[in-house]
Design a protein around this ligand. Sequence first.
Ligand SMILES: Nc1ncnc2c1ncn2[C@@H]1O[C@H](COP(=O)(O)OP(=O)(O)OP(=O)(O)O)[C@@H](O)[C@H]1O
Ligand SMILES: [Mg+2]
Length: 645
Amino acid sequence: MAENNFKSKSLEDKMLEEKKSKFSLFKIFDINKPRKLPDKNKKYKTSFRQIVAYLLVPFRGMFFMTLFLSILQSLLFLALPILAGDIMNQIIFRMDFKFILNNFLILFIALVSMALVAYLRLYMNQFIGNSIIKILRGELFIAIENSSYSFLDHHSTGDLVARCTSDLNTLKMLLSSQITFFIRECFTVALSIIAMFYINFNITLLIIPIFPLIFYIIYRFRKRIGPIYRESRDIYGDEVTATIEENLGGVRVVRAFASEDYEIAKFNKYNDKYLQKQKEYIKLQATFEPMVRLFVNLSMAIVIFFGGRLLGTGIIQLGDLFTYLLLLNFAIEPLFFINTFLGNTAMYLQTTDRICEILNNTNIIKDPKPEDVKKFPDPVKGIIRFDHIWFSYRNNDFYELKDITFETKPGEVIAILGATGSGKTTLVNLIGRFYEATKGTIYIDGIDIRKVLQKDLRKLIAYVPQESFLFSTTIKENLLLGRSEGATMEEIIEACKLANIHDFIESLPKKYETLVGQRGVTLSGGQRQRIAIARAILKRPKILILDSATSSVDVHIEYKIQQGFKKMMANSTTFIITQRLSSVRHADRIIVLDNGRIVQMGTHNELMKDPNGIYYKLYTTLDIEKRAIESQKLLSENLISQIKE
Ligand SMILES: Nc1ncnc2c1ncn2[C@@H]1O[C@H](COP(=O)(O)OP(=O)(O)OP(=O)(O)O)[C@@H](O)[C@H]1O
Ligand SMILES: [Mg+2]
């Protein structure tokens, strides 16, 4: 049965495809059809031009077609008052039924054509808008995925999300309809005025100053209302929405510090402020509309007054006066849109800037040119060499890493030790080129890591970061992140056993298919860490980086995990960053960092020989602390037993 269903469905698909290939309109409006895109290497003078290239390169023909349809629509629209006036004249003065009927027929055809043209234009406008946004959204996503960590450091998540959503929607409006509307409306105004001059030159000359006047009023109004609108939008975005977002993220912290009242008061303040701005906005809006309408109506009155007098002298006919009044209305109405569009240009330019900043992000870590690409030897040995590496986050004279030089042996376990902020995470982030070293070179098996494709480089590395991130999907899918080709269930279980998390996963109702909450919040810190470790093991990397990966795990489990690693990762060069000296002790080599510099390097025994070294001091202090804790424990146990006795 299921098979039957499947068959009939695929047949349907085929039929649809056949239908599509026969009917070429389907092809034109196929959103997935590959299209020519703007040249990525081309430098545009402004971001606006770059964005418009997304309209004109893939959709040039269609765009000009919509423009043509828009103008046609406007012409048909103008034909209405002219035809209506003519019919009116005929009825009043001649009662020539044949003529009237003919005119009615033309009017009818004009109305039907207008509807058809409007349908086509709307469809094409929307198609273009949606297609461009689909392309741009895809490109933005790729740009964000490829951007270096330092780019992400400088842009908040909220900001990037806003650019991919609301900014793109603004552009969609602009590219799908606003530009063609703008051209159409300008055309309508010009054509209506010409027709008005044609009907009566003198009245039009009298009326014409009303246009700049209305335009000026709208302009002044926009000048006043613009900042209020922007302020209210900012309050809404930066204060109201941001507070909601932050509180959703930090609800646990807020609760723990019992600061709900403070947060609620803060939120109410922003909420009130927003309403206040809205009130100002509404007040202005409410005075503006009637004022402009007053001028429009006054101009109508002038036309009726002078036109009426001319009617008496027979210079103008009633039908023409009727046409004239309608045309006047047609000429004034677009002024609102034209004005708003011109007023919005600053916003549009800002939006195109924001989108292009991501698209042209030079902060992307680049792959070498195709002719310079090198490959790692197969198999990779895992010899990593830091050659006089300096690194600065801000690209200034302040270096977070200073002259780091060392070389690992294949399969070596290197522990990196140092106070918080000494540069441990920074150091390992350079191995996968998450950040680019400011000075110096890193080699893997003798090959400069900048000379290989990042894809090839990262295939070698599994990384368990300080704060492990889980996607809001099943545990299994989270585990398979580094194995795009998939893995057998046995492999998955083996990795989870090594990471000491298998039993826990088995205890969950849906086991490996259990969904984890957003960012993994439904799991404890230690469980999350162990899933991240299993994920790293499953990748079977040549280079394994564990950044404080077991900080939330008990010492004895940590020991078990490390023993597992030793067996499984015998051929992998492993970096372990940890604050626990117990984990460092068994490493093949220990690197001690202080303020971005390597101050000591060697095995535990070697480092213990230097009583002035940081390592010795750390070890002995910790030892003293440990002994103090032990004796404290003993003391309290003794006390308890004494009390019991
Ligand atoms: N994204 C960043 N942008 C700017 N400065 C940063 C960034 N990340 C870290 N730093 C700075 O670089 C220095 C080294 O930080 P790093 O994270 O490497 O320390 P760490 O040794 O890993 O510390 P911890 O043990 O707390 O994890 C610190 O002074 C820190 O403030
Ligand atoms: Mg760190």
